[in-house]
Write a protein that binds this ligand. Sequence first.
Ligand SMILES: [Zn+2]
Length: 252
Amino acid sequence: MFNPETNRALIAASELINTAAGLHSAKPSPETLSTVEGLEAYLSARPAQLQWPSTAVNRKQLEQVRALRNQLHTLWRAAPVIEPKELDIINDLLQGVGREVVADSSGSGFRERPIPVSPQISDVMTATVAAALAFLVTHEETGRLRICRGEDCEAAIVDLTRNRSKLFCDFGNCANRAHVRAYRARQAARKDHEEYAGPARHRWAKPSAAEKAEQINRPTSATAIAAKEFRDRMREELMQKRHPSPQESKNV
Ligand SMILES: [Zn+2]
């Protein structure tokens, strides 16, 4: 949706948030960033273009990445709202981050690249993610930072679709479960409506217009029956005079 660097940084940020313990698609997901090895595993699963090496990770780096994760989580939960509190978080992350212009790897044109405070991995991650967040805020696109809409799901997602249609994570079947629930709700609403408007199965049910008409037409005494028969016969005769059938007109 945005430039490849921003897309990659935002996806990596949402995946960093999802390393925290929480519910993912109705299943408890464990904390995976409690050890240096956990951070190494997270880093080695990122795309190479991010240039987030998994070597040279230590306990201090781990603590700083966990702090970064907390700040990102706060931003994701607040999005799309960016108030002074959220701006402070982004500006804290941007503290000391420089910018340089480099030739684009595609071979055409140039692009901006953040310069981290130090080559340490937590600073490199912070610079990459902070630059992407600054881009989102200045382009009024923070609505793309979302928490999955699935029931019992807290997964952070980033919507990079053109029509802003991504509402669910890819951890399990959140989208499917939501569709099934919506379908059942519609069925239940329809059933309630039918019971209310249909034949008087319940004392409280209102008779339909057809039922009312039928009740009025139904004669209740012998005289009324005779009167109705007379009325019906007269109506029939009248109709025949107006539109005689071919057989009868020949006989006349
Ligand atoms: Zn989900």
